[in-house]
Design a protein around this ligand. Structure first.
Ligand code: ADP
Length: 259
């Protein structure tokens, strides 16, 4: 086991709380991810798409474009204009939500777009526009991170050239201990929640947000743990892309040999 996970499992960061009393609501180990499922290419009409489940959370992402830029004033002569819409469906939360975007939706759309823009080779598509739709079908904590992970899969599925995939994972503090991938319950009851997204091959952080309070040591422990979570999810992203490619190959009829 690597040092970050070992430290977290031993209860690094606990504030005088007996390890045996401490338990996560869903019984996970401190460094354990919720069950995660990633699927690429789930919609016929979108250029690229991806669907994912993380614990109870469910998100669908679709990518349209590149197309001409509308409205015209959003056009860049030297690069792609990227639009991103993070949206929680009215039925995605316990209490029905209004369908109109909230301040939070607008903020998340912006930070997710910026994280993805770091990876996309935008200079390859001057005077063009790409739209990314992130539809949260069921919210259960960590939706910005799963949204980013799926959006980068949908971009790959659409054939958009990227420097690297982008993958997100949260870590935080729940009842005195640093934990990976907080559920909604842990997010609400916990002391801190940190969302991180990285480009795993280039080793670059493209999103870092935090709610709550951590000591300096806890901050770096949570950051290391979130990055480790990203690396585990990245392996699943690659597997999901491979599965889709193999599916495509299986559907392609064998070419007849010419005499
Ligand atoms: P993230 O989903 O990226 O963790 P937040 O920390 O803002 O973002 O939200 C944590 C969780 O709280 C969400 O995943 C969702 O389950 C819940 N939540 C957020 N906003 C609302 C809302 N307006 N109504 C009901 N639940 C919400």
């Amino acid at each position: 086991m690597n040092t970050v996970a070992a430290k977290v499992q031993q209860g690094g960061g606990a504030e005088g709380q007996a390890a045996e009393e401490w338990r996560r609501p869903d019984g996970r180990a401190a460094d354990e991810l919720r069950p995660l499922r990633l699927e690429v290419g789930v919609l016929e009409n979108a250029e690229g798409s991806a669907y994912g489940e993380q614990g109870r959370g469910k998100i669908l992402v679709a990518v349209y474009g590149p197309t001409e830029v509308h409205p015209r004033h959003m056009e860049h002569v030297d690069r792609l204009t990227m639009l991103c819409r993070y949206h929680m469906a009215p039925f995605s939360t316990e209490e029905r939500r209004r369908p109109q975007p909230t301040r939070r939706d607008i903020e998340l759309s912006k930070v997710i777009r910026e994280a993805l823009e770091a990876a996309v080779l935008t200079e390859r598509f001057p005077r063009s526009m790409l739209k990314i739709f992130i539809e949260v079908l069921e919210a259960a904590g960590g939706t910005r991170c799963l949204g980013i992970t799926l959006a980068s899969l949908a971009l790959a599925n659409a054939g958009i050239p990227m420097r690297d995939l982008v993958v997100g994972c949260a870590a935080g503090k729940y009842k005195g201990r640093i934990v990976l991938d907080l559920s909604e319950e842990e997010d609400k009851e916990g002391e801190a929640d940190m969302a991180v997204a990285i480009m795993p091959s280039l080793n670059r952080i493209v999103l870092l947000q935090m709610d709550g309070e951590l000591t300096r040591e806890e901050f770096f422990q949570a950051l290391d743990l979130a990055i480790e979570g990203c690396r585990r999810i990245h392996k699943m992203q690659v597997e999901a892309i491979k599965r889709k490619l193999q599916e495509g190959l299986a559907l392609t009829p064998p070419t007849e040999e010419k005499e």
